[in-house]
Design a protein around this ligand. Structure first.
Ligand SMILES: C[S@@+](CC[C@H](N)C(=O)[O-])C[C@H]1O[C@@H](n2cnc3c(N)ncnc32)[C@H](O)[C@@H]1O
Length: 288
């Protein structure tokens, strides 16, 4: 069954054909992937076969596996997925890892964090889990995404420390935060059309960064300092080739003491970290 699906998926243009076949078969059989190897001679019942067939047909027609499984793993959390929100990406886990690493020595502080464009809630939830005293305000313009994020907060048992707000970026936000994080829509209009067909199943509002891809980043950076404490920090995920303009726009605010561009695991410039005070580089105390 797996070999047949692998060939079928390859012909349908799916890159990780064997892996996706295994993931979907394990899901259809309500078992772990490893079990497929431990019982290679198991025969499928008629019901299992038809459930699996339905899944692989949808996958071959372009539905991402995560939508078929209904959830995905993100930085030690299980995140429910629906077409209301972007499927959290591995790069974004790296962004969370940078923050967790930077604040590790003060993990139990009552950090106040703001997640702009929370989508499924992945970043906000992962941070709330990593920092047990932190409170996170998660905002999104999409009410459907916020509904999913709230469900995910309950699913990961952090709902008491998360608040949700429907807002056009900072519009409805009040107060100041130790940390602002965002993985905003940063794909340029012309790039949008050339993305893999699976990406087109995700909401355009989660991807579309305007003609240059920088529209949302410009808005987020522009007012960020107003919502940060004097020692606060801003963490952003960026698209390829956006490091230079983003570094420049952060510099133009004249509100930050340091700006660094950080790489993802594939060596691409992928994140920006801006700290309001330069000396917080070695002492990310932010504020108590
Ligand atoms: C790239 S997705 C990121 C989702 C999630 N944070 C993640 O990393 O998986 C960007 C999110 O920004 C939201 N968004 C787009 N425009 C917005 C706006 N004007 N104000 C607030 N959120 C917005 C989208 O609805 C989407 O959920």
């Amino acid at each position: 069954v797996l070999s047949w699906t692998k060939d079928y998926f390859r012909r349908s243009g799916i890159e990780a054909a064997r892996l996706e076949a295994e993931i979907l078969l394990a899901h259809a059989l309500k078992t772990e992937r490893l079990e497929l190897y431990l019982t290679p001679d198991r025969t499928l019942t008629e019901q299992e076969r038809s459930g699996y067939k339905a899944l692989i047909c949808l996958r071959a027609r372009g539905t991402p596996s995560q939508y078929l499984l209904g959830e995905t793993e993100f930085y030690h959390c299980r995140i429910k997925i629906s077409p209301a929100a972007l499927i959290p990406r591995p790069e974004t886990e790296e962004l969370v890892a940078y923050i967790v690493n930077d604040l590790a020595s003060q993990a139990r502080r009552p950090w106040q964090m703001l997640d702009l464009g929370t989508g499924s809630g992945a970043i906000a939830i992962a941070l709330a889990r990593a920092f047990p005293q932190a409170r996170v305000l998660a905002i999104d313009v999409s009410p459907q995404a916020l509904e999913l994020a709230a469900e995910n907060a309950r699913y990961n048992r952090v709902q008491e420390r998360l608040s949700f707000l429907q807002s056009n970026w900072y519009q409805g936000v009040t107060g100041t935060f130790d940390l602002i994080v965002s993985n905003p829509p940063y794909v340029s209009r012309c790039e949008l059309t050339s993305l893999q067909r699976e990406v087109h199943r995700e909401p355009a509002i989660a991807l579309d960064g305007g003609p240059s891809g920088l529209d949302c980043l410009t808005q987020i950076v522009g007012r960020s300092a107003e919502f940060l404490t004097p020692q606060g920090a801003l963490y952003l995920e960026l698209g390829e080739n956006q490091a230079t303009p983003v570094r420049q726009m952060i510099g133009e605010t004249r509100a930050y003491g340091s700006v660094e561009i950080l790489k993802d695991l594939s060596g691409k410039d992928r994140f920006a970290r801006a700290r309001r005070t330069a000396d917080s580089v070695n002492h990310p105390t932010l504020h108590p």
